[in-house]
Design a protein around this ligand. Structure first.
Ligand code: 5GP
Length: 195
């Protein structure tokens, strides 16, 4: 079991509706030593790639993306949720459905911060149905930039997002893959990634 799987078993809470709550260490209160270690783990997994930017989506991806970007020594850019109806031509736009809130969000990235010369590592805290990642892929490719890889902290392997993105040929790495979980028993099983 790796450091993250151990922490999920210790402090994660399984909720009804296939939601794993990790807000005591990952996405509300944050354990910065753990976030730094996550950054180093993604650096190890992607260090052979030429990364010029780390891209994530607000809010909970930001801290993780900061730790990753520091290891690579490159800027971090986050897609912002935008309520504005009139989007000018200075931004890339994607529509992303929130898994946890079931709402549709329009996210934007300024054209000043992403371009055809960029090699992008996309990171996020969770992967469920893959909407958030698909939105970030579409923004990156819309900018003419290259998706070098995707790094996810916790993938819910029983939802289809991970499979869909790997089937498209992207290099997706997840530090923990939850194979199944049970709210009543409070139990979590991980996929054996052989790492
Ligand atoms: P997707 O777009 O892949 O369906 O969902 C990914 C997004 O939904 C993540 O950015 C994350 O914020 C949120 N999310 C999905 N599943 C969970 C979960 O089980 N727990 C928490 N805390 N967030 C989740």
């Amino acid at each position: 079991m790796n450091f993250l799987e151990e922490r999920i078993l210790k402090d994660g809470i399984v909720k009804e509706g296939n939601v794993l709550k990790v807000d005591s260490f990952l996405n509300h209160q944050m354990d910065i030593a753990l976030i730094d270690r996550i950054g180093e783990e993604f650096y190890e997994r992607f260090k052979d790639k030429k990364i010029t930017k780390v891209l994530t989506i607000e809010a909970s991806g930001i801290a993780i993306a900061c730790a990753v970007a520091r290891c690579f020594g490159v800027p971090m850019v986050f897609a912002k949720k935008s309520k504005s109806v009139n989007i000018d031509g200075d931004v890339y736009v994607a529509e992303v459905e929130s898994f946890t809130h079931k709402t549709q969000n329009r996210v934007i990235v300024s054209k000043r911060f992403l371009g055809p010369e960029d090699h992008v590592l996309i990171v996020d805290d969770f992967l469920a149905n893959g909407c958030a990642l698909q939105g970030l892929i579409s923004i990156t490719e819309g900018a003419g930039a290259t998706v070098e890889g995707l790094g996810i902290v916790i993938e819910k392997g029983f939802q289809f997002g991970g499979r869909a993105i790997r089937n498209l040929g992207y290099h997706l790495e997840s530090i923990a893959i939850v194979e199944s979980m049970d709210a009543e028993a409070g139990s979590v099983q991980f996929a054996d990634q052989g790492k």
